[in-house]
Design a protein around this ligand. Structure first.
Ligand SMILES: Nc1ncnc2c1ncn2[C@@H]1O[C@H](COP(=O)(O)OP(=O)(O)OP(=O)(O)O)[C@@H](O)[C@H]1O
Length: 309
């Protein structure tokens, strides 16, 4: 028997203890994982410049998937485009719209080909480790996110090892992968996408008129034809396990200026358009005769800016 006051205090302490625990230690529940479609929309509009096709496709696909209580397979996105055009940034924005801790979440896993799967001779070990890692983490938290950067540098065959997890199975060895999210990033298709953007420009059409259907062929052709890429022969392509191929357009000078201004704001500086325009003017652009697209996108902005301020 416990006097009422002590049991109340005990319950209160337990409640707050539990809250504190959840606050300090991330848990796989709505306290830490809650998708917010409007947050994603706002972030895409505010932070990702010049990518109207990618923004639209990702917002629709991720929202549809996250709002489906019973998806038939995990979400698989493949992001393609020229260097420095915002593919990593996009993955970050998706992670932030789902996980309270964004990329810092213990449920978000980033793999980079050149860092994690460097040595060709270890391919079999990598395959085993990758399978174990994905299985272990989805067992711990079904709503786990796996991002594979530099897919075009990934050894062919490696991604095939996790193919069963991306498929339409109800469960595999008692684990269901249907709540998991896989995002592949690659430069494959970047040149073809740039070609399409250039054709629009040559024809006097607005960049904003470019639609997904204008770019889809460019991506799939490059992905299928690159024998060196991690996608080559990957059965996940043959089996149509990728839900959507997301094209990233090459960035123009005005987008580089936007990146520069955003960088100044991020550094808590007063945005100075003149400084940023001077920096943007000195960057390299292609094709040479038109100086239309930034060769390195927005990638070098944060280091370059230092020379101009
Ligand atoms: N479209 C964009 N809008 C806003 N910022 C961008 C955009 N593209 C790139 N950036 C900025 O440039 C830097 C590099 O971008 P990010 O890493 O996302 O490019 P990426 O497409 O993944 O490049 P890579 O293919 O070389 O890995 C980041 O600081 C990012 O914030």
């Amino acid at each position: 028997f416990e006097p009422i006051s002590t049991s109340f205090i005990g319950a209160g302490a337990c409640y707050f203890g539990n809250k504190l625990y959840k606050y300090l230690y991330e848990t796989c529940d709505v306290n830490w994982i809650r998708f917010n479609s409007s947050n994603l929309e706002v972030a895409l509009n505010k932070e990702l410049f010049g990518q109207h096709v990618a923004s639209r496709v990702v917002l629709k696909t991720v929202t549809g998937y996250m709002q489906n209580p019973n998806p038939k397979k995990p979400l698989v996105l493949s992001l393609h485009g020229w260097t420095g055009t915002g593919k990593n940034l996009m993955s970050q924005l998706i992670a932030e719209s789902i996980y309270h801790k964004g990329m810092e979440s213990g449920f978000v896993h980033l793999f980079t080909a050149t860092a994690h799967f460097q040595h060709q001779k270890h391919l079999e070990t990598y395959k085993e480790q990758l399978q174990m890692w994905v299985k272990g983490n989805v067992t711990k938290c079904p709503r786990s996110m796996f991002i594979f950067d530099e897919m075009d540098k990934m050894q062919p065959g490696l991604i095939d090892s996790i193919k069963p997890y991306l498929d339409y199975y109800d469960n595999l060895d008692g684990v269901s992968y249907r709540q998991a999210i896989f995002i592949f990033l690659s430069n494959a298709g970047g040149e073809k996408i740039a070609e399409v953007a250039l054709n629009f420009w040559n024809a006097g059409q607005e960049r904003e008129e470019i639609e997904l259907k204008d770019l889809e062929m460019a991506i799939t052709l490059s992905v299928f034809n690159n024998k060196q890429s991690g996608f080559w022969h990957a059965t996940l392509i043959d089996k149509h396990l990728v839900d959507v191929y997301v094209p990233f357009l090459p960035l123009e000078q005005k987008h580089v200026v936007q990146c520069g201004l955003a960088e100044m704001v991020a550094r808590k500086m007063k945005p100075d358009k003149e400084v940023v325009e001077r920096m943007a003017q000195d960057l390299n652009y292609f094709p040479k005769e038109h100086r239309l697209f930034a060769t390195q996108g927005c990638k070098v902005i944060s280091s370059r800016l230092d020379y101009y301020i």
